[in-house]
Write a new protein. Structure first.
Lengths: 449, 280
């Protein structure tokens, strides 16, 4: 089998992994080396589904010994199988990287022979890249559940980011749909990686005493010992099992708090396999995935808690309004917010005001007081925000309009306007009707209508 | 805030950042600002205007540069420089006002977004950096000779130098030709900088209108102007194979059930597609 064919099979098998980011690592280039990390991450292309391509996303092999119900590579499926050699992976990565097609490598794998054997293959490929080819670009590697800690250690020192996929957000679903994996197999490496990262950061952190003088040799030594500098992530499938949004978002919150994860990815379930345990969906639940991402951002950057967004009575997100608007309308007593006085975290909770706008408002109001005009100039989008703010005590229109039903209706209108309306009306045409009759012409001339 | 005397003249300059800084120096000394500043080649004479050509003076320019850097702030200087790289027509006058008032207001100016020209400069800077960041990902190098890589780009703003620096840092061992086809500029980089006297650099050869790879230069990179119909060397065999690999990868990685061409176009505007290997 030639490389082209293998590439086709193994990238096709890897495409269901949602993770694509290349951010968080500032690995610098070495002498005569190739590549460096970019902290903000760089997207190199966008596929026809609108998802960014920033890493060469491939599997080491798709010959799997497990039989997870939802997965395309399960052993009971008859799909073409292939395995890359470590050298093929390294050559392909360097060839793509040199031409600036990619930001680095995302290496994952099906489980071949045993978790440890698979991990060793992956480590071989990655250490070839790092040590032989002097590659300093971004590498994201997937940890195989059930592999030994010693191998995780070795892999962690070579890569920028590591991830273990949870896939199913509860133990019951895991038992039903992924009978070969267990909760312990997944949580244990995640815990281990997060504690290692924390220790490593403490080790690398500059000491607070300014006068401490450190020898160059010690700096080099600590540089070598970098462990997963871009942190770890995970992924959950949405819609394959019966969990509610509340349960998923609660799990994410605890992952962010206890394991200091960088990201949790949500992947709308796509019916690839037919099985009695799996739901049959015509389309992947993309709107639900979108709402989960919106809520995820609220958790990470806006200081929200999962309990504020959803509760037992409302276990799923509103399909019509985004989570922040929904929250604001349920807590209308906290509004309107005065733009010239409110603190950063209060501003962040206004629908339509994000991190950038909030920072800009704080910076700009130091030099002058702000009104709706200046807000617009600053680039703050007032489409949603204007219902929830006052500028120097003034509401955007009559203050009697500040009531939840009015705002709710207007926000729903905004949502509708962004999706094309199906209407019965058509554009009038001059030429559509039949030509005027002789009688019409006479009427026009005589003025006798 | 200081009141500058508004002149009824238009200043012309040579299109370089130094030229603009020279104008800023003259204005600061005479406490006057022109009604507009125009790049000499873009200026169409007008019966009603009085236009004065200001000759670039490196010394005056460097005084403004150093003044901004040490008396105002690094940020203010770079805001002006990035804004200058923009393709917008009326950028010069806003940058001039920004520079002159920066000396009076001080480092605070970077956050005073309620002033028109400050906001305008910030917008230009954002636009330039945004495009340069996007192109960092979208520029495609193709191997045209032994370890020589060529990349055509069609950017709106003049980002060739920003992009060149990024690529040099990332691929220090590859010889590079970056070609801005909208401006007919070429960024040439020579990887063997250690032997400064006998450098093998890829350079434009005027005699037969093609790129030559063994002419001596002193710097390890330079930006030159080239004619529109310059000949580009042919791709190597290995290059074609990797382009095929890349196309295969690009096509298989997208999920058909999630197809969303509008989203793709939103992130990757069609104006950039002509230079992308995977879409041609």
């Amino acid at each position: 089998m030639d490389t082209q064919e293998k590439l086709k099979i193994l990238s096709d098998a890897a495409k269901y992994d949602a993770s694509c980011s290349s951010s968080g690592s500032n690995r610098s280039n070495s002498k005569n080396g190739i590549g460096n990390g970019d902290v903000s991450g760089i997207c190199h292309s966008w596929a026809a589904d609108g998802r960014c391509i920033s890493l060469l996303k491939i599997l080491m092999t798709n010959c799997c010994m497990y039989d997870c119900k939802y997965c395309i590579n399960r052993c009971s499926n008859s799909v073409p199988r292939a395995t890359f050699t470590p050298k093929e992976i390294a050559d392909l990565t360097i060839g793509f990287y040199k031409r600036n097609y990619i930001e680095g490598l995302f290496l994952s794998s099906a489980v071949i022979k045993s978790p440890d054997y698979t991990m060793e293959l992956m480590i071989e490929a990655i250490s070839l890249l790092r040590n032989e080819y002097n590659f300093n670009g971004y590498i994201h590697a997937k940890t195989i559940p059930g592999s030994s800690q010693e191998l995780i250690d070795r892999l962690g020192k070579l890569v920028d980011r590591m991830s273990v996929n949870i896939e199913l957000p509860s133990n019951d679903s895991l038992k039903l749909l992924a009978p070969d994996k267990s909760k312990v197999d997944i949580i244990k490496p995640m815990n281990y990686i997060s504690s290692k990262i924390e220790n490593n950061q403490k080790l690398l952190a500059p000491t607070s005493k300014k006068w401490t003088f450190s020898l160059p040799s010690t700096i080099n030594k600590s540089k070598k010992e970098k462990f997963v500098p871009a942190g770890q992530t995970t992924q959950m499938i949405v819609g394959a099992s019966p969990e509610t949004d509340l349960k998923i978002i609660k799990l994410s919150e605890s992952l962010y708090n206890t394991m200091k994860l960088k990201r949790v990815y949500y992947s709308a379930y796509i019916s690839i396999n037919h099985d009695s345990c799996l739901p049959t969906l015509d389309k992947p639940p993309l709107l639900r995935e979108n709402r989960l991402y919106q809520a995820d951002w609220l958790l990470r950057f806006y200081g929200f808690h999962a309990d504020e967004l959803l509760d037992e009575k409302h276990p799923n997100f509103n399909t019509l309004l985004d989570p922040k608007c929904d929250w604001a309308l349920r807590n209308i007593s906290k509004f309107p917010v005065e733009i010239n006085k409110a603190n950063y975290f209060t501003l962040l909770r206004v629908p339509g005001i994000g991190v950038i706008s909030a920072k800009r408002i704080i910076a700009a109001r130091r030099s002058c007081s702000l009104n709706f005009e200046t807000l617009k100039k600053l680039g703050v989008v007032l489409k949603r925000a204007r219902y929830f703010i006052t500028c120097n005590g003034k509401y955007f229109d009559r203050i009697s309009y500040f009531n939840p039903t009015f705002i709710n209706e207007n926000l729903l209108m905004l949502e509708k306007r962004s999706t094309p309306l199906k209407s019965n009306y058509t554009q009038l045409s001059l030429f559509e009707n039949s030509l005027p009759t002789k009688g019409d012409v006479v009427k026009c001339i005589t003025g006798n209508f | 805030m200081y009141n500058w005397k508004l002149l009824n003249t238009i200043f012309l300059y040579d299109g370089t950042f130094d030229g603009l800084l020279t104008i800023a120096f003259n204005c600061y000394v005479s406490k006057q600002i022109p009604s507009n500043i125009v790049f000499e080649k873009h200026y169409l004479g007008n019966f009603l205007d009085t236009a004065i050509y200001v000759k670039t003076d490196k010394e005056k320019a460097s005084r403004i540069w150093n003044g901004l850097y040490s008396n105002v702030s690094f940020d203010a200087l770079y805001n002006c420089y990035y804004a200058f790289l923009s393709c917008q027509k009326s950028k010069e006058i806003n940058i001039l006002k920004y520079i002159l008032n920066a000396f009076i207001i001080g480092p605070k100016i970077t956050s005073m977004l309620s002033i028109d020209y400050v906001l305008e400069v910030m917008k230009l800077r954002k636009n330039v950096l945004h495009e340069s960041h996007k192109l960092k990902g979208l520029v495609r190098l193709s191997e045209v000779g032994n370890n020589l890589f060529y990349a055509p780009i069609h950017p709106d703003n003049n980002v060739i130098e920003l992009l060149g620096h990024f690529l040099i840092k990332r691929f220090p061992t590859q010889n590079l030709i970056l070609h801005d086809k909208n401006r007919n500029l070429m960024f040439l980089y020579n990887a063997n900088k250690s032997t400064q006297n006998n450098v093998q650099c890829s350079t434009y050869n005027e005699a037969n209108n093609s790129i030559k790879t063994n002419i001596q230069t002193l710097n390890n990179y330079e930006i030159i102007e080239v004619p529109q119909n310059i000949k580009i060397p042919e791709l190597s065999k290995e290059e074609k194979q990797f382009q095929d690999f890349w196309k295969t990868f690009f096509n298989t990685i997208s999920i058909k059930e999630r197809s969303n061409p509008r989203l793709q176009m939103q992130y990757m505007p069609k104006k950039y597609w002509q230079d992308l290997t995977e879409l041609n």
